[in-house]
Design a protein around this ligand. Structure first.
Ligand code: 3NM
Ligand code: MG
Length: 533
């Protein structure tokens, strides 16, 4: 069988043609624009007319050497000698179609969940159309929208099979990179292509629409990602980590990166003060209209969902998207995600929309995020003693959220608590610094997010300099960034707690700000209690 290129998969829908636009003209233009495979989808067309459309479409596709797939109608597929048949869950089963169609006919099936993927594997489908990845009005959806993280889970199920996968539903040039980048399994199983209806069929100039999508796919293949602010996979030792963290503190102080923080109302002033004390420069903006401009100038973004009012949510959505587009680090703090269904849904929406560089949470938050019921939450706090095996847990969450289809780097995950665990999916840092007074004030977790974002900005800025020197892409070390941020706060807390003027939680906080501003390389080297596993 000839190799099929699934990368830009056009599904037709004549109802979406702009007024006066001829279907065959539109199809030919999209072929010229670079669609690599075409599915003829006719939901309300009589057989004679469908046959005529399919024949003429086949002719056109042949001329451009592009395979033609017929939706649902096996008789039409047979009649026009189509390259393939695409069936939905309520159409003819793959196993039956296989018997009726000539050998080597491609058979694809629409899947919305893991059970349907399972069945497609058993039935021997050649490819699956996974959808709807985003909301769409092109088709009446009777099943849930999946999101890129859901697509990643389905790709994981396809690991080890030869079944190809395309995503469908609401894919546009605006979200194409996010779709490709985010739809990946922990083992790097990526999509083979994307299926698009309205952006091409609805266009007056389908050649341009297809070419734009095609160019985005190529650019994704060239760079491997839209986002390079992840960890670098290298061997870390305690010595290299401490050296790296010290270096980053100096970099924060020298460059004073702008840290854009969307955080909750309880901790805005505290977080801004901690950021300044550390040597970075905070901007606490929440309004959607300014997110694009801020992404041009900030060194890192912190999104903390503690105050989840609709306007802030809109700002978070936009801020993360613009930060990804500019390859800036994004630190995500899903405060209290286990506390309510509302927060859980919102977090799912954010994680599907943009890629985090670092996700930080306490045991209950990360348990809720990972769908584990090992740790429960009470409001924004964890209940109980935590995970039986926090090291494996944090490593697995990092792998699950890695979403990076070419380099092997992961999203860094920080599990905060009396002991902090930080993983890039391979390495796990265990940090024992800290003081119980940190848990007697509000917002110490939120402030650690500000510290992490400051260090991540420094890590990214170092990567940019190296990139300019070397003339090739250098990845910012978010693993070091996360460790640096946590150490800064926990070591400063230890020093603040033993000051003579500190009598309790009230006097502790100002002393903590003082110690953050006094933090030095020497103090970090003397006090850091860290293991690398
Ligand atoms: N199938 P657009 S969504 C034909 O979820 C189709 O299986 C879907 O159109 C599924 O690119 C869909 O215009 C329509 O959003 C996709
Ligand atoms: Mg169907």
């Amino acid at each position: 069988m000839t190799l099929i290129d699934y990368s830009l998969y056009l599904v037709t829908d004549r109802k979406l043609l702009p007024p006066g636009k001829d279907y065959f003209e539109s199809l030919e233009q999209s072929l010229r624009g670079g669609v690599t495979i075409v599915q003829i989808r006719e939901k309300d067309t009589d057989t004679a007319e469908f046959l005529d459309i399919a024949l003429r479409s086949k002719d056109l596709c042949d001329r451009y050497k592009v395979p033609l797939i017929v939706n649902d109608r096996l008789d039409i597929a047979l009649a026009v000698q189509a390259d393939g048949l695409h069936v939905g869950q309520r159409d003819m089963p793959v196993s039956v179609a296989r018997k009726l169609l000539p050998a080597n006919t491609i058979i694809g099936v629409s899947c919305n969940n893991l059970q349907e993927i399972e069945k497609a594997i058993q039935d021997g489908a050649d490819y699956v159309g996974i959808g709807a990845v985003w909301a769409t009005t092109t088709k009446d959806l009777d099943k849930p929208v999946i999101g890129v993280r859901g697509v990643g889970e389905m790709l994981q199920r396809l690991d080890g099979t030869s079944i190809k996968a395309v995503a469908i539903g609401g894919i546009k040039s605006q979200n194409l990179l996010r779709t490709l980048h985010g739809s990946v399994s922990p083992n790097n199983h990526a999509l083979d292509g994307v299926a698009v209806v309205s952006e091409i069929m609805g266009s007056l100039i389908p050649e341009q629409a297809a070419a734009r999508l095609s160019e985005l796919i190529s650019s994704f293949k060239r760079s491997g990602c839209i986002h390079k602010a992840l960890s670098v996979s290298s061997d870390y030792s305690v010595t290299t980590v401490i050296d790296g963290v010290v270096d980053l503190l100096n970099c924060v102080r020298e460059r004073s990166p702008l840290i854009h923080q969307i955080t909750n109302n309880v901790v805005i002033a505290q977080s801004a003060n901690a950021t300044i004390a550390l040597g970075a420069s905070p901007i606490m903006a929440t309004t959607v209209q300014e997110m694009e401009d801020l992404a041009k100038i900030h060194g890192a973004l912190l999104v903390n969902i503690g105050t989840l009012v609709p306007t802030a949510y809109e700002g978070m959505m936009a801020a993360g998207t613009f930060a990804n587009a500019r390859r800036k680090p994004v630190v995500f703090d899903p405060v209290g995600v286990g506390a309510s269904e509302f927060r859980k849904k919102a977090v799912g929406g954010l994680l599907n929309t943009w890629q985090s560089s670092v996700i930080k949470g306490n045991a209950a938050e990360l348990a809720a995020l990972a769908g584990s019921n090992e740790v429960q939450s009470k409001g924004v706090d964890s209940v109980g003693s935590g995970f039986k095996d926090p090291v494996s847990f944090v490593r697995n969450v990092a792998r699950k959220e890695r979403k990076h289809s070419i380099s092997s780097s992961c999203c860094v995950v920080v599990l905060s608590g009396k002991i902090d665990y930080i993983s890039d999916g391979t390495n796990v840092a265990v940090l024992e610094n800290g003081h119980e007074l940190l848990s007697k004030m509000t917002g110490s977790g939120c402030i650690s997010g500000s510290c992490i974002a400051s260090y991540c900005a420094a890590a990214m800025s170092k990567a940019q300099m190296a990139e300019e020197d070397q003339g090739k892409m250098v990845i910012g070390d978010m693993f070091l960034g996360a460790i640096g941020g946590i150490l800064a706060l926990t070591i400063s807390a230890e020093l603040a707690a033993v000051r003579d003027d500190v009598k309790g939680p009230g006097t502790f906080f100002p002393a903590l700000i003082d110690e953050l501003s006094l933090l030095s390389s020497r103090i970090i080297r003397e006090r850091a209690r860290i293991q690398i596993l």
